[in-house]
Design a protein around this ligand. Structure first.
Ligand code: AMP
Length: 565
């Protein structure tokens, strides 16, 4: 098979890995030169009958996943889609997400992975930014409560770039006018594949087009979307090579085995579940379990049905799961990963002690840098740190404001580069100029410190820093202290602008069920009892029924700030 040693992508506004780094990563064995579908085809050949992906109502084996994604890819080629085309994949956690993602890989398309909670503003922006030629969405099969197809129809109607719309329709339903549906694409593609194999079709069928196509793993295989609490998402091109590097080393760090079931507790299009559930399962030949409804009830049921071995949850979900009284069901779990935002040490301790599981505290981002604790790390490391970089080729620096390395143990900005880190946002020269420095180093905007034992501690984002009369306070550290109060379930801390002190500490909290109220004085007394410095104590407190969330369910500090306007 051809070994690609350079990107051949002709995508406007895309910055490929420089050739010298491609050579370095291939020579070191960090990159294998595989595409996403190569990974699946290997298992389809070796363990064809192993379950690959399970949704609420069906399972596909590796052989079936390979065949169906090949058929859908053939159908994509038949409607004129091919290498360097960017498309939008806008689906909840479902079997079709995995099929279509792999079909894109086979056809050389790079799908932008929209989140189910994205709405018109984000989808319009994405389709415009990427010039998407295809949009795939739910046409009523999974979420009758929201008209995804209607939204996409409207956006596509205004976008010249879109040539094809594909929906996931309920069983027995016909696709709407102007739409294809995934099921019939799989069938049409499959018959084209069969005809070609039987030699009955002329040499121009879609399967021939697929056979002629060798996808270059140095090219983008997907676009992750940046999170954040304000503004529109940026698109993060990720190559097959660089994501597979993460899948391999994340799977190894978590100890994933081929007979495991990995259950997605978060949206699979988001980098957390994509990198810690879908990818490691596919890399290892294990089963990925997808459930479209991500409330605690359905996710616990999915873990129960599958006897799940591993799941990923953000801290808010961990707390909900602790309260859900589902310990019997969760007993099958061998590893729980949490992160995406700081996991309060108190919550980590409760999870490990109560569920007796291997814990991975995950610090990660769609841009690629991944730092995690390992399941067999001691409790102190799990609770107090984010562990160590995940892969052998990861390069990590901690820099001060002037860009100089800080002393070990001191906090500074995390700056990263390596075989699993992206090379620049798509079509966004301003962000790339601001966030990258020479040599391809990416400034993450996160503040961390490296401890003497090589584990990293996370302080928060540079902009989560509160400056009160010259004292630097990290909002996540105050949140950790707040959830130690017996009445507080969840907390979000922000800086409130103040003419005299610069900023003061404001806190919004969700109380433990059954607790009626909490005053700022009670919180301050608790901080005093716990020995926290005066300047770290919240000076204003708001009690909410539910804290505001970002589109992936993280606590939205941006919205909390407005509570103190
Ligand atoms: P996203 O845009 O959703 O990929 O979010 C990435 C950002 O989430 C990182 O840059 C961090 O600011 C934050 N983050 C992720 N994991 C953690 C963690 N374990 N602790 C603190 N912050 C985290």
């Amino acid at each position: 098979m051809a070994r690609f040693e350079t990107s051949t992508a002709e995508i406007d506004g895309y910055r490929p890995f420089p050739d010298e780094r491609v050579h370095e990563y291939l020579d070191a064995g960090y990159w294998h030169g595989d595409t996403f579908h190569d990974v699946v085809d290997r298992h389809a050949a070796e363990t064809p009958d192993s379950p690959a992906v399970t949704g609420p109502d069906r399972t596909l084996t590796y052989a079936e996943l390979a065949d169906r994604s090949r058929a859908i890819a053939a159908a994509f080629r038949a409607v004129g889609l091919g290498p360097d085309d960017l498309v939008t994949l806008y689906l909840p956690n479902c079997v079709e997400f995995v099929e279509v993602f792999l079909a894109c890989s086979r056809a050389g398309l790079a799908p932008a992975l929209a989140l189910p909670r994205h709405r018109e503003r984000e989808i319009r922006h994405l389709v415009d930014l990427t010039g998407s030629r295809l949009v795939v969405t739910d046409a009523g099969r999974y979420d009758p409560g929201f008209d995804y197809a209607g939204l996409v129809d409207e956006v596509a109607g205004d976008a010249d770039s879109v040539d094809a719309l594909v929906g996931v329709t309920p069983d027995g339903a016909e696709p709407s006018e102007g739409w294809h549906d995934v099921e019939s694409l799989a069938t049409e593609g499959a018959s084209a594949v069969a005809e070609t194999a039987a030699g009955t079709a002329p040499g121009t069928g879609p399967e021939d087009a697929l056979a002629d196509l060798t996808v270059n793993p140095c090219n983008p295989g997907l676009l992750m979307l940046s999170g954040g609490t304000s503004g529109l998402p940026k698109a993060i091109p990720r190559t097959h090579n660089d994501y597979i590097y993460l899948w391999e080393h994340i799977a190894a760090a978590m100890g994933v085995e081929s007979d495991w079931s990995l259950v997605a507790g978060l949206p699979v299009p988001h980098s957390f579940a994509f990198g810690y559930v879908l990818g490691p399962a596919l890399w290892t030949g294990a089963e990925v379990v997808v459930e479209p409804r991500l409330k605690p009830g359905p996710v616990v049921e999915a873990i129960d049905r599958a006897d799940g071995d591993l799941t990923t949850l953000i801290p808010k979900q961990l707390i909900d799961f602790l309260e859900a009284d589902a310990d019997d069901v969760l007993a099958s779990l061998q590893v729980v990963c949490s992160g995406g935002q700081k996991v309060p040490p108190e919550v980590t301790r409760r999870v490990i002690e109560r569920w007796d599981v291997g814990f991975c505290h995950v610090f990660g981002m769609g841009e690629g840098a991944q730092i995690i604790t390992r399941p067999d790390d001691p409790l102190d490391i799990q609770a107090e740190t984010i562990g160590r970089p995940v892969g052998p080729g990861d390069e990590v620096r901690v820099l001060d404001e002037a860009g100089r390395p800080v002393e070990r143990g001191e906090p500074g900005e995390l700056v990263v580069r390596g075989p699993g880190v992206f090379t620049g946002y798509l079509r966004n020269p301003e962000a790339n100029a601001a966030d990258f420095e020479d040599g391809g180093w990416f400034h993450t905007g996160d503040v961390v410190a490296e401890r003497a034992d090589g584990n990293y501690e996370v302080y928060g984002r540079l902009d989560d820093t509160i400056n009160r009369a010259g004292e630097t306070i990290y909002a996540p550290a105050v949140e950790d202290a707040l959830v130690e109060h017996p009445d507080v379930a969840k907390a979000a801390v922000v800086g409130i602008p103040d003419p005299e002190l610069g900023e003061r500490v404001g806190a919004a909290v969700e109380l433990v069920e059954g607790v009626d109220g909490l005053s700022v004085e009670e919180v301050q007394n608790f901080f005093e009892d716990q020995g926290h410095a005066v300047y770290r104590r919240p000076e204003q407190l708001v009690v909410l029924d539910e804290l505001p969330e970002t589109q992936v369910g993280k606590i939205d500090r941006g919205d909390v700030e407005h509570l103190f306007d």
